[in-house]
Design a protein around this ligand. Structure first.
Ligand code: ADP
Ligand code: 5GP
Length: 220
């Protein structure tokens, strides 16, 4: 229920879809699949000060920048939200939101819970989806299996996972347990399809309702 009378009653035309999860739960895998199947989905490429990992490419997985450039961007107001996560800075640029609204597109954000809540407070119609691992043991297996992080980093990410899960369970709109990838993906896809059918997000221009209103006026 909306408690703030200032907020609009129908969602903005585009869909802002936030995917969060403890690191290693599989949100990037799910998001990439979504992007392939929904041509209108655009993946938000965050800026980060962390080093590229494994096969990550600049401008594809992240925009990798130094701390000086990042802080200049903060001061210029280039980010709709930014945060320090695991000793590095991460930020979401605002351009993708404008594009989603202008084109009735889907902007997909792969960001942490704090970032997701910041987006929701600026754009209350944003849809927050939290991806959970089936167990903490499986989360550790996936982090190790990815083969991209050092032992110390994995340990730190596992400690952070519990807090992230608690916050996600409390505040997010949808929860998806990523046990079998195909099933979890079907659930995510169902959320997107349902959210696109919400009043305000459906393109009604073909019905030419405005023209009908004019005709009704001239009959009077
Ligand atoms: P995140 O973006 O949440 O950090 P990733 O998408 O990088 O996680 O996934 C972490 C690892 O787990 C990757 O090696 C990925 O291939 C694997 N993975 C993702 N989903 C599943 C799943 N349902 N079952 C088994 N492994 C998975
Ligand atoms: P990783 O280093 O594993 O790619 O990401 C670490 C964490 O930072 C993940 O929880 C990821 O979702 C989050 N993250 C990535 N980009 C952003 C961003 O732009 N803003 C915020 N707040 N978090 C981000």
């Amino acid at each position: 229920m909306r408690t703030n009378p200032e907020l609009p009653l129908t969602p903005a035309p585009g869909l802002l879809l936030v995917l969060s999860a403890p690191s290693g739960a599989g949100k990037t895998t799910l998001a990439r699949r979504l992007e392939k199947e929904f041509p209108r989905a655009q993946f938000s490429i965050s800026y980060t000060t962390r080093e590229p990992r494994g096969v990550e490419r600049n401008g594809v997985d992240y925009h990798f920048v130094g701390p000086k450039t990042f802080l200049q961007m903060v001061n210029r107001g280039d980010f709709i939200e930014w945060a320090e996560v695991h000793d590095n800075y991460y930020g979401t640029s605002r351009g993708i939101v404008d594009t989603a609204f202008e084109t009735r597109g889907i902007a997909v954000f792969d960001i942490d819970v704090k970032g997701g809540l910041a987006i929701k407070s600026k754009f209350p119609d944003a849809v927050l989806v939290f991806v959970l691992p089936p167990s903490m043991e499986e989360l550790e297996r996936r982090l190790r299996g990815r083969g991209t992080d050092k032992d110390e980093t994995i340990h730190r990410r596992l400690l952070a996972a519990r807090t992230e899960i608690e916050k996600g369970l409390e505040r997010y709109d949808y929860l998806i347990i990523n046990d079998a990838l195909d099933r979890a993906y079907e659930e995510l896809k169902s959320v997107v399809i349902a959210e696109q059918a919400r009043r305000g997000r459906v393109d009604l221009s073909g019905l030419q309702l405005q023209r009908a209103e004019i005709a009704e006026d001239s009959d009077r």
